[in-house]
Design a protein around this ligand. Sequence first.
Ligand code: FES
Length: 140
Amino acid sequence: MNDDIVSRLTDINNRLGFIPRTEVEALAKELKLPPAKVFGAATFYSMFKTQPRGKHIVRFCEDAPCHVAGGRVVFDAIRAALKLEPGQTSADGKWTFEMTSCLGVCGVGPVMMVDDAVYGNLTPEKVEEILDTVEQPVNQ
Ligand code: FES
């Protein structure tokens, strides 16, 4: 039964980018389960999101090696550039800012990901440059 819930939630999450409450309720009704059970599964697995997310996801590594490599000032630069706190999405739907555990490239910390791209040896200046290039035309 749990596999069925996870499979269906995966489909919804992939299709919509998150799992709205209305979809939880519809799935619960279809599977003849209490909505709380389906909602519990939707919030248990970190791969599922229950809130809309931005077009671009910025993830900042919060683990110790990146922290001691100067992560705090880079974290502050990301917050300032995006005008977001971790877990927030911008009102225009462009950005979501999240914290993440080690991305496996500690030797080049501090590290962030923007969508699928990993950036290391970050400084506040590099953060601004990187974020400014997102969605810029290639031939500019
Ligand atoms: S601790 Fe940041 S990438 Fe490993």
